[in-house]
Design a protein. Structure first.
Length: 284
């Protein structure tokens, strides 16, 4: 299949639509939490930021969909916007279900340049989702919350996987259609650098401009893990989720490749007893 062809477009759009799951966040079976579990949930500091990110993502993606001329791609991006908005509803439902204190959220302000914002957001999701897959697997193995909580949020991570697979194929398709394929690699690196800057901004004190998934907030659950093991879990979980997609479609490769290189470097270093304390981060 030729990248940028009509067949490529039809496959990426059809795949996205066919894997869409119907559910209503308000009807999901959120479990009863005991006092310790409830206190742990309430101690997580990022719920307001997570809710704001998803509200902004839904509004931005929906707004971008209205600017797309191709009716097939427009419908798919609108569906993604619906799913991003549903993620916000899911977080709001959790907040309400477990009585998490939350101030009134500010109104969503759309970016002036909507397509660059959508593109940067897509690369941020590629960065965030890779580590989110691993962190989710680590948290699930450590049983920091009841299994029912993980059962609710596992499909959400599959939705994020769908989003980033669609995005990298959409980005490539657009570059081919615009007849600048030779610049695709440079533009990819530029957008990744921009996305990384936004994410790093989110962890800088006093800077709330970042929209990164993994940088919006964290609470440490004292899970000791070596860097090698952390990268290994991220790579395994990413591969597991990516295996669900048609092999003809492109998949995000930049971050997994960097992590494989880092993993090999770590393996060559003398073994140390140093561990890292991982964090359970907000779901999209």
């Amino acid at each position: 299949m030729k990248l940028g062809s009509e067949a490529h477009k039809q496959l990426l759009c059809q795949s996205f639509i066919e894997t869409h799951q119907e559910y209503e966040p308000e009807h999901l079976p959120f479990p009863h939490l005991n006092d310790e579990e409830l206190a742990r949930l309430h101690s997580i500091p990022f719920w307001a930021k997570a809710l704001d990110i998803e509200r902004e993502a839904g509004a931005m993606v929906n707004a971008f969909a209205q600017t797309v001329k191709d009716p097939v791609i427009k419908d798919v991006i609108a569906l993604q916007g619906y799913e991003e908005t549903r993620h916000a509803r899911l977080i709001q439902t959790l907040i309400n279900r477990y009585n998490i204190e939350m101030s009134v959220r500010p109104p969503v302000i759309l970016p002036q340049k909507i397509e660059p914002a959508f593109t940067t957001f897509g690369f941020e999701e590629c960065l965030d989702s890779f580590f989110a897959f691993g962190l989710f697997g680590i948290a699930k193995e450590a049983k920091v919350f009841p299994e029912q909580i993980f059962a609710i949020f596992d499909p959400i991570l599959d939705e994020e996987a769908r989003h980033i697979v669609f995005f990298v194929n959409w980005f490539t398709y657009q570059q081919q259609q615009n007849k600048v394929p030779s610049l695709r690699g440079l533009k990819t690196l530029w957008y990744y650098a921009r996305a990384l800057k936004n994410i790093m901004g989110a962890v800088t004190e006093g800077d709330t401009s970042g929209n990164g998934f993994t940088a919006t907030g964290a609470v440490t659950f004292n899970i000791d893990l070596t860097p090698e093991k952390f990268l290994s879990v991220c790579l395994q979980e990413n591969a597991r989720r990516m295996a669900k997609f048609d092999p003809q479609l492109l998949q995000p490769q930049f971050i997994p490749t960097l992590c494989k290189i880092a993993q090999k470097i770590l393996q060559l270093q003398p073994k140390r007893s140093t561990v890292i304390s991982t964090s359970v981060l907000n779901t999209p």
